[in-house]
Design a protein around this ligand. Structure first.
Ligand SMILES: [Zn+2]
Length: 491
């Protein structure tokens, strides 16, 4: 459980020229509908064919080589059916607002490209609560064990003691696969933490950071919040985990351009000071932002893991973490997070189609957040023009409104950043802090929310690759860990 990363570990990295034929460059080109249709035709789901050379690789130099096995788990944190569909319709609206909504069926929404479509149950094993938190669900996904809310990769025994459980990432690492974690949330947040650390409470983020660097052996760690790794940001000790990681051979990066120039694992990328990465919309709109998007982080992670995993392959967990945060705050900007997720899912499926060897992609959520509904209050409408007109998240706009000195200033902030002309009564309410900005936008767009927390509905789950048909239907979230273990074992 404490294998150190070493540049010597992966075998077969020297045949990189002949091996993987999809690089970061091709990954970053983005996805296409044509590639998606080809993927559906080419991806064999018959277990008997799992070791056949892929038709798409016929012109490879090393024909007959089974190639590496890769498993990629994409987790949209809080990504329920409605979040996914909000992204679907915004994508179609942007493609052609004149023909919308009748063009929607013709616009490729990337989750639809998976071979298998189903759903997963998310309830925890918790004495008090039926609705899961991200720690319990990530532990189910990573270990195959139901646990109590707050637990990171462990369960409580009858004596009430915390018992760590081995994760799929740790199994992959011990089998010689390269392993990686990518998130738009804090690196030490519950979802990534549950794959490579073990603590009784998700709040122990300083311990999680320490376990990542000292014990986990994760080859690629990309996410937010470097403060948990640096003496100034740590309250319980003054460990400099960045320095330790560097001594252990990690390449350390903190900006998008540094990420782009990374050429080998192990790599630690921490792209924000003490919080999650910004919402996609704010990142894209901020010329000074040095934060990479989820696509850039994922593309680099795959390139590094591919080289490091060599003939064995890699396991990678990618989390779109801010779908959950937007949904907790009932922010319409969740739609824009889903567009980024759609783009990354498309690229992952392109990669699965074009990569050397067998790549499985499993796309799921840990739970739904917010109880989102498309339409609310009676009227039969959702106003995608308002959603499309947003240029910033409410997280960015609220402080500006608080600082504004006049009603006119508030009006112009809302018009420029949110694309909405407010009524005088709405402006007065905003200035008096009676009505949150998000509430005004939800009212205009007609998005309904029933909660500021998580909900218990099953989450949409998708899979592509060998044995993907297992995911046609309803599964338990613990089954996802079992399916990953099977793929790692070559089953
Ligand atoms: Zn949450």
């Amino acid at each position: 459980m404490s294998e150190r990363p070493s540049t010597e570990r992966a075998s077969g990295t020297d045949d990189n020229e002949d091996g993987p034929n999809t690089t970061r460059r091709t990954f970053l080109k983005g996805s296409s509908a044509a590639a998606g249709m080809a993927a559906l035709g080419l991806q064999g789901t018959d277990p008997a064919n799992a070791n056949d050379t892929d038709d798409a690789d016929e012109d490879d130099d090393d024909e007959g080589d089974d190639g590496p096995t890769n498993v990629i788990l994409f987790v949209g944190d809080g990504q329920g059916r409605a979040q996914l569909d909000l992204g679907r319709y915004l994508k179609a609206y942007r493609k052609n607002s004149e023909k919308f909504p009748l063009n929607t069926a013709d616009v490729t929404y990337n989750v639809d490209r998976h071979d298998a479509h189903g759903s997963a149950m998310t309830y925890p094993d918790d004495p008090e609560e039926f609705v899961a938190d991200s720690a319990a669900t990530a532990t189910a996904l990573s270990t195959g064990h139901k646990t109590y809310n707050g637990a990171i990769a462990g369960v409580k025994n009858d004596a009430g003691e915390f018992v760590p459980k081995k994760t799929v990432l740790e199994q992959a690492r011990d089998m010689g696969y390269a392993v990686g974690l990518v998130t738009t949330a804090r690196m030490t947040h519950a979802t990534p933490a549950s794959f490579a650390s073990h603590v009784p409470s998700r709040d122990e983020e300083e311990k999680i950071a320490k376990q990542y660097v000292r014990d986990s052996g994760v080859d690629v760690l990309f996410g937010g919040a470097r403060s948990y790794f640096l003496p100034d940001g740590r309250e319980n000790d003054s460990a400099n985990l960045v320095a330790e990681a560097k001594r252990n051979g990690y390449n350390y990066v903190t900006t998008a351009s540094e990420l782009d120039s990374l050429d080998s694992a192990p790599a630690l990328g921490l792209f924000s000071e003490s919080d999650h990465l910004s919402y996609t919309l704010d990142r894209q709109d901020d010329d000074d932002s040095t934060q990479p998007g989820l696509g850039a982080m994922t593309g680099t992670a795959i390139e590094l893991l591919e080289a490091r995993g060599g003939r064995k392959g890699f396991f990678l967990m990618v989390e779109s973490g801010r779908i959950d945060h937007a949904s907790h705050s009932n922010y319409p900007v969740v739609a824009h997070e889903q567009l980024e997720a759609d783009d990354v899912i498309g690229r992952l499926l392109d990669y699965a189609e074009n990569s050397h060897g067998e790549t499985s992609v499993i796309t799921t959520a840990d739970h739904e957040t917010g109880g989102l509904s498309l339409a609310t209050g009676g009227p039969y409408d959702v106003n995608f023009d308002v959603l499309d007109g947003m240029n910033a998240s409410t997280a960015t706009v609220v402080p500006k409104i608080e600082e504004a000195e006049s009603r006119e200033e508030v009006a112009s902030i809302m018009a420029e950043q949110m694309g909405v002309e407010l009524l005088d009564t709405e402006l007065d309410e905003l200035r008096a802090y009676d009505t949150p900005v998000a509430e005004i936008l939800n009212e205009r767009i007609r998005l309904g929310w029933t909660s500021t927390g998580h909900t218990a509905e099953n989450v949409p789950t998708f899979a592509t690759g060998p044995n993907a048909e297992f995911f046609d239907g309803t599964v338990d979230n613990t089954d996802i860990a079992d399916a990953i273990r099977k793929r790692l074992n070559g089953d």
